[in-house]
Design a protein around this ligand. Structure first.
Ligand code: DGY
Length: 322
């Protein structure tokens, strides 16, 4: 029997990719940029498996282009908002993702963004580079304290919990959160409290977003939400850029409706170089690097590869999205 045809939309860690190269008739899209939609529609033809990145749109048109033999879309990420999972299920195409592997790396990054924004590290660094460091400044570069403040977690899943744990355990913060359901583990271990969205906006000194992007969370943080936040609040988003309304966020940061922001995700991604979000002194932006550590990316590669090969061999996926 010929080896199943697989298309991999970007090179990913060798611990996973090498197995696909050995076991399947695998084509890997070369280079640092994703394939265009046109190329993608062409490349998926006749494939039994697709190894995808979060920027690849997987919808009915693409499944049609691939053909009936497509068995699995294995995403090298936990978020699957780029995939029409319902459409895939209707067609019997399994969808896999990589939850768990990136929890700590992403929570670390969320905390890094919080402390970077709070201590104004980017402004300070740029001012040094501009030759402005003349003396110790008794009144200069004043930032925010973190200890004992209130952190509002939007989405108390794995990553939200890991961020809350850092904030409560290390910095003695009070934890409040919004979530679809109560989270007894967070309530017991972190003395966390589930509150309404409006209460979270009003009471949080810092807000960190850890929910997935869906119809409910799309543009959840808009001018209305920023209006209800404390004027010195810090907004952190390491989940998906679509959860904040970016022009509204820019306005909120420029007009002092909120104090600062730390973003690992933007909308669109990447933003145009001229996008104001990249040029505000009170906003630190990272290029979606929450999971970018060696151990994490290797683990994600292992899971994504197992998911794809399992599906091709008619076995259960390690992590299936339904
Ligand atoms: C994910 O997995 O969804 C992250 O955003 C990227 O690793």
């Amino acid at each position: 029997m010929p080896a199943p045809k697989v298309f991999v939309t970007r090179e990913y860690p060798a611990v996973g990719l090498n197995r696909l190269l050995q076991e399947c008739d695998t084509e890997v899209w070369p280079g640092p940029l994703p394939p265009s939609r046109e190329v993608l529609l062409e490349k998926v033809k006749g494939c039994a498996g697709l190894l995808t990145m979060l920027s690849d749109k997987m919808d009915a048109e693409l499944f049609d282009a691939a053909g009936d033999q497509l068995k699995v879309v294995s995403q090298y990420a936990v978020g699957v908002n780029n995939i029409d999972v319902e459409e895939a299920s209707k067609r019997g195409i399994a969808v896999g993702n990589t939850p768990g592997a990136l929890t700590d790396a992403t929570a670390d990054l969320a905390f890094a963004l919080l402390i970077t924004a709070a201590r104004r590290m980017i402004e300070v660094h740029e001012s040094i580079q501009a030759g402005e460091w003349k003396a110790w400044e008794p009144l200069g570069h004043i930032g925010w304290d973190l200890v004992g403040k209130t952190i509002g977690i939007v989405g108390m899943g794995r990553i939200g919990y890991a961020m809350a744990k850092r904030c409560q355990g290390g910095w003695g913060m009070n934890v409040i959160y919004t979530s679809r359901s109560d989270k007894p583990e967070a309530d017991q271990n972190l003395q966390a409290r589930r509150v309404s969205f409006d209460q979270l906006l009003a009471d949080s000194d810092f807000i960190s977003v850890h929910t997935d992007l869906n119809a409910e969370t799309n543009k959840l943080f808009d001018s209305n939400a920023f209006e209800k936040m404390k004027s010195n609040a810090i907004f952190i988003n390491t989940a998906r850029g679509g959860i904040h309304n970016q022009p509204d966020l820019v306005q909120a940061l420029k007009t002092g409706k909120i104090g600062a922001a730390g973003l690992d995700v933007t909308d669109p991604e990447p933003p145009a170089q001229s996008d104001e979000i990249l040029h505000l002194p009170n906003c630190v932006v990272a290029p979606h690097i929450g999971s970018a550590t060696t151990k994490t990316r290797n683990e994600m590669a292992e899971i994504a590869t197992d998911n794809l090969l399992n599906a091709l061999h008619g076995k259960l996926l390690r992590c299936e999205v339904k």
